[in-house]
Ligand binder design. Sequence first.
Ligand code: PMV
Length: 351
Amino acid sequence: MSGKHQLIERLDTHGKLIIERHIHKMSTLIATGVAHPNIAFIKYWGNIDSELNIPSTGSISMNLDALWSKTTVTFEEKLKEDTLAINGNPASLLALQRVSTFLNIVRTMANRQIFADVRSVNNFPIAAGLASSASAFAALSLAATRALGLTLSEIELSRLARRGSGSSCRSVPPGYVEWQLGRGNGDSYAHSIAPAQHWLLTDCIAIVQSSEKLIGSQTGHLLAATSPFQPARILDAPRRLAICRQAILQRDFDALAKIIELDSNMLHAVMITSDPPLVYWQPSTLAILKIIPDMRAQGWPVCYTIDAGANIHIICPADYSAKIERILSQIPTVSQVLISPPGGGVSINED
Ligand code: PMV
């Protein structure tokens, strides 16, 4: 362990001057956080405050247990700047700047000026519309605050994660989560509406594109207001949120399926009518959408939802996931099928 020497002068009980040489052991300021991405059933798209990521609507999601981001943060006196590695490779300058800006918030909270080495690994394709920024910033929020000796409540952590990526605030609490509509930093955070074990739904994700998407959600949020459909989407949001919340609480799959698909379609209607238009779908996205009615015709309870990417999420009760996985994995344009039950919230990795 490295250390700094410091001479301390003090008087002993007889008034004699004592000079002591203290070696300050520098503690290693390190912590690792683990978080799951989430799939939004009622989605977030567009902000009323882009700097603080205050959304123009509330949103509801489910954490995805099988997918995770693990982020280790090491603050060290000797570092001259922050460094960032994602999946073992040095990150782009843009990603590093985003993380540094976020760490500045944490440094201000802890009143410490010290740089950090950040290493993040994910077990799923990043930047392909699978909300890797949600899990990454939730894990980073917990790791960075703990490494600097801060113990935040779930609400404080959710508020902090939101600053890195809006949907990240939903990866902090466990299970089924609602990000309530707030007006500012203080009241814009997420809370759990039901634990993961409340309802064993499964997300079957068909990966049709695992490369990085061209337009990230940060740019997408800025374009939302250019769509003439965005005001209608915002106006109707409280209704969709109420239906979704109730469907989850009552485990009513038919009601949930209907509102999830409507919300996803409304999101993509806004995307493709924004200026410039954002079309995330690939031909294979649509091909899979077209087989959902066939699954329903067989009596399978299924519904789809698509985020800012080409990949398609099929939500179903757990008993149906093996059948759906079999069908999806036979489609030539599907490179991988990820299957996930609902998951917990962010946690510290003790290893
Ligand atoms: O948190 P962001 O900036 O990655 O935005 C997420 C946007 C969607 O995934 C499309 C919707 C959502 O609510 O997760």
